[in-house]
Design a protein around this ligand. Structure first.
Ligand code: HEC
Length: 182
C-alpha cells in the first residue's frame, strides 16, 4: 500500500512538468498587444527632428575625416569599444593593436599605437577607415564593397571602437607587458 502511494506521489511530481509543455501554456504570450515590427509605425509629432544626429550618410573616408565623435569616451563606451576591438580588429592588428598578431606581417596591418594613428589620423578618419575599409583592410559599414564589405558594426559601434583606439589602446598595450589583457 505504502509503495503504491509513493508511486502516485512520484507521478504527481512528474505531471506538473508535463503540464507546462501543453499547447495552451503559451496562451499568455499571444496577447492582442502590438509587438515589435507589427502594426503601423508610430507617427512622429509634427515638426519633430532627430537630435541624436549620428552621422551615417557620408560618401567616403575623405568626407568622414572631419566628423566629430558624438560619443564621449565614457567607461561604458570604452568597454564596448574594447570588446569589439578584440572581436574584429585584433585578428589583424593584434590584441595590443601593435600589429603583433600572426597575420599582421602577412597582410601588412599597421601598428595602431603608433604616432601615425594616434596623432596624425583624426577620429573621423579612423571611423571612416572602419566604415569604408582601406587599401587592404575590409569595410565594416559598407556591405556593398566588392571585396571585404560588411555591415558588422553599426555607426555607433564604430565610434566606440574609435574611442577605444584613441583613448585606451596605448595604455592597455603598455600594461600588456606586465599583465594579461582581458
Ligand atoms: C582583415 C584584416 C584587418 C582587420 C580585421 C582590420 N584591419 Fe585595420 N588595417 C588592415 C591593414 C592591412 C591595414 C594597412 C593597409 C590598408 O590601409 O589597408 C589597416 C589599416 C588600418 C588603419 C590605418 C588607415 C590609414 O589611413 O592608414 C586604421 C586606423 C585601422 N586599420 C584600424 C582598424 C580597426 C579599428 C579595426 C577594427 C574595427 C581594423 N582596423 C580591422 C587590416 C585589417
Amino acid at each position: 500500500m505504502i509503495k503504491r502511494n509513493l508511486f502516485f506521489l512520484a507521478m504527481l511530481m512528474v505531471v506538473p512538468v508535463q503540464v507546462f509543455a501543453w499547447p495552451w501554456s503559451t496562451d499568455m504570450m499571444n496577447q492582442p498587444s502590438i509587438k515589435p515590427q507589427e502594426g503601423p509605425p508610430a507617427v512622429f509629432p509634427q515638426r519633430s527632428v532627430p537630435v541624436s544626429g549620428i552621422p551615417t550618410k557620408v560618401k567616403d573616408r575623405q568626407a568622414a575625416e572631419k566628423l566629430k565623435n558624438p560619443f564621449p569616451a565614457t567607461a561604458e563606451s570604452l568597454k564596448t569599444g574594447k570588446t569589439l576591438f578584440k572581436i574584429i580588429c585584433a585578428a589583424c592588428h593584434g590584441l595590443t593593436g601593435k600589429a603583433d598578431s600572426p597575420v599582421s606581417p602577412k597582410i601588412g596591418a599597421i601598428d595602431l599605437t603608433s604616432d601615425y594613428v594616434q596623432e596624425t589620423l583624426t577620429e573621423g578618419w579612423i571611423w571612416g577607415t572602419i566604415t569604408f575599409g582601406s587599401a587592404i583592410m575590409p569595410a565594416y559599414g559598407v556591405p556593398t564593397r566588392e571585396v571585404g564589405g560588411s555591415n558588422d558594426l553599426s555607426p555607433e559601434e564604430r565610434w566606440h571602437v574609435v574611442n577605444y583606439v584613441k583613448k585606451q589602446l596605448v595604455k592597455d598595450a603598455a600594461a600588456s607587458g606586465t599583465a594579461s589583457i582581458n
